[in-house]
Write a protein that binds this ligand. Structure first.
Ligand code: GAP
Length: 429
C-alpha cells in the first residue's frame, strides 16, 4: 500500500504547478477544502465522465440518462429520509473547540491538542439555502446530497418517455453537496463534489444476481477504462451499523490512496425503499402480466473527484530522470504534443503549426517551442501526454516526423499522414 504523505504532497504540488487542480478562491486565502479544476484537470475529469457515459449509457440498451436540478423540492428529502437520518456523529474538543467526525477520531482524544472530547451528537449533512428573497423555514431548500433521488423522483416520467422495461437503469452525472464535518485529503473529501450514479431497477428476486453483475462491471471499469492496478483495489462488505439508512447491503470498493485505504466507489442494494417513499401507488406495471409493483434498486455509484485522484495516484511514477504520469491514453488531457526542433527556424515552426492544426481536428493537442527537446519531453511526461511529435529538417524533405512514446521513450520515424491513425489506435486500448 502506498501510505506515503510525501507522495501525496508531490501529487498535490504537481496538480497545482501543472494546472490540474488549484485551491479554490486562493487569492482570498482559499475556502475550507474547496478546489478548482484547472485547464488540464478539467480535461482529465471530462474524459472520465465522457468515457463513463459512453460505456454505461450509450453502449447499452437498458440505460437512459437524465440531468436533474441540484435543488429539489424539500419534500424529496423528508421522503427519502435524508433530513431525518443523513447524519454524521460530531464531537467537539472541550479545550480547543475543534470539531471532528466521531468515527474518524482514534483514542477518544482531540487529534489536534489531545484535549477531552464531548459526547457525540448527530449532525445533519444537508446543505441549506433559501429559495427567493425571504429567509425563513417555509423557503428553506437543500442542495442535493446525492444525485440518486432525481432518478427516483423522475422515475415515472422516464418510464413513460423511454418505454424501458425492468431490468433497466437511469444514469446521471452531476454535483452533490454535503456539509462534511471534516473534509480533507485534497479532492478526496470535499463539501461540493461530483458523482456518476446509476439506479438500476430490477425485480426483487433478481437483486443478488444483478448486484454481482454490477460489482464485476465496476471492477472492469476500474482496471479497464481507468487502468488502475488491481492490487490497489479492495472490497469491503460494509457492516450493518455503518450502512446508509436506505441500504440492505453495501460493498465499498476501496483504493490504496497515499494517505491510506479508503472508499473509492460504492455498490448498494437500496431495496424498494426509495420508490416506496416517493410513490403512494406502485409506479411500474409489467407489460405482459399487468402486475403492478415497486421495482427494487441496485445502485452502483462512482465519485468523479475520487476517480481523478485514484487515477493520478496510480499513474504517478518517478523514474531516474523524470516524473511520468502513465495515464491511459484515453484519459490523458493531451493526446499528443507537437514541437518544432528549433524555435528560430521559421520554416520548421510553420510546418509544426501545420501538423499541430491537422492533429487538432481530431484530438486535444499541445504545442511547445520553448527550451530544448529534452525539457519539452520532460514537461509532457509529467502531464501524461502519450506522444510527442518533433518536426525537423527531414520533415521538410519527406513529410516524416519523430514520434516519441511516453512510456518506452522510444523514438521512431513516422509519416505525417499516419499520425492520426497511430494515435487513434492507442485510444482504443
Ligand atoms: N447515492 C449513493 C451515495 O451517494 P455515497 O457512498 O454516500 O453513496 C457515493 O457516495 C460516492 O460519492 C462515494 O463512493 C465517493 O466516491 C463520492 N463521495 C461521497 N462523499 C464525497 C465527498 N465528501 N467528497 C468527494 N467525493 C465523495
Amino acid at each position: 500500500m502506498k501510505n506515503n504523505q510525501e507522495l501525496m504532497e508531490k501529487i498535490v504540488s504537481l496538480c497545482k504547478r501543472r494546472g490540474f487542480v488549484f485551491p479554490g478562491s486562493e487569492i482570498y486565502g482559499g475556502l475550507a477544502n474547496s478546489f478548482d479544476y484547472g485547464p488540464l484537470g478539467v480535461e482529465l475529469k471530462n474524459n472520465i465522465k465522457n468515457i463513463w457515459w459512453k460505456r454505461f449509457v450509450h453502449q447499452r440498451d437498458d440505460m437512459v440518462g437524465i440531468d436533474a436540478a441540484l435543488i429539489m423540492n424539500p419534500k424529496v428529502w423528508s421522503s427519502s429520509g435524508h433530513l431525518a437520518t443523513f447524519n454524521d456523529p460530531l464531537v467537539e474538543c472541550k479545550k480547543c473547540h475543534h470539531r471532528f467526525r466521531a468515527d474518524h477520531v482514534k483514542a477518544e482524544k482531540c487529534p489536534d491538542c489531545k484535549g477531552e472530547l464531548t459526547e457525540a451528537k448527530q449532525f445533519n449533512l444537508m446543505f441549506k439555502t433559501f429559495l427567493g428573497p425571504v429567509e425563513d423555514a417555509d423557503n428553506t431548500v437543500y442542495f442535493r446530497p446525492e444525485t440518486a433521488q432525481a432518478m427516483f423522483v423522475d422515475f415515472k416520467n422516464v418510464l413513460e418517455t423511454s418505454r424501458k422495461k425492468v431490468p433497466f437503469g437511469i444514469a446521471q452525472i452531476g454535483k452533490a453537496f454535503r456539509n462534511e464535518i471534516t473534509p480533507g485529503n485534497f479532492i478526496f473529501r470535499t463539501r461540493e463534489f461530483e458523482q456518476m450514479e446509476i439506479e438500476y431497477f430490477v425485480k426483487e428476486e433478481d437483486w443478488k444476481k444483478i448486484f454481482e453483475y454490477w460489482k464485476k462491471e465496476m471492477w472492469s471499469w476500474m482496471t479497464g477504462e481507468l487502468g488502475l492496478d488491481k492490487k490497489n483495489i479492495h472490497e469491503l462488505d460494509v457492516p450493518d451499523n455503518e450502512r446508509a439508512h436506505y441500504s440492505k447491503k453495501t460493498i465499498d470498493l476501496e483504493y490504496d490512496f497515499p494517505f491510506g485505504r479508503d472508499e473509492l466507489y460504492g455498490l448498494a442494494y437500496r431495496t424498494d425503499f426509495d420508490l416506496k417513499n416517493h410513490y403512494k401507488e406502485p409506479p411500474y406495471e409489467d407489460a405482459e402480466s399487468g402486475e403492478k409493483f415497486y421495482p427494487h434498486v441496485v445502485e452502483p455509484t462512482w465519485g468523479v473527484d475520487r476517480s481523478v485522484l485514484a487515477v493520478l495516484c496510480d499513474a504517478y511514477v518517478e523514474e531516474k530522470d523524470r516524473v511520468v504520469l502513465k495515464l491511459k491514453p484515453n484519459l490523458a488531457p493531451y493526446k499528443v504534443a507537437v514541437f518544432p526542433l528549433l524555435k528560430n527556424k521559421p520554416e520548421l515552426v510553420e510546418k509544426a503549426k501545420e501538423v499541430y492544426n491537422m492533429l487538432k481536428k481530431e484530438f486535444n493537442v499541445a504545442f511547445d517551442d520553448r527550451g530544448n527537446i529534452g525539457k519539452r519531453y520532460y514537461s509532457q511526461d509529467e502531464i501524461g501526454t502519450p506522444y510527442c511529435v518533433t518536426v525537423d529538417f527531414d520533415t521538410l524533405k519527406n513529410d516524416t516526423v519523430t514520434l516519441r512514446d511516453r512510456d518506452t521513450m522510444k523514438q521512431e520515424r513516422a509519416k505525417i499522414s499516419d499520425l492520426v491513425n497511430r494515435i487513434s489506435e492507442s485510444l482504443n486500448g
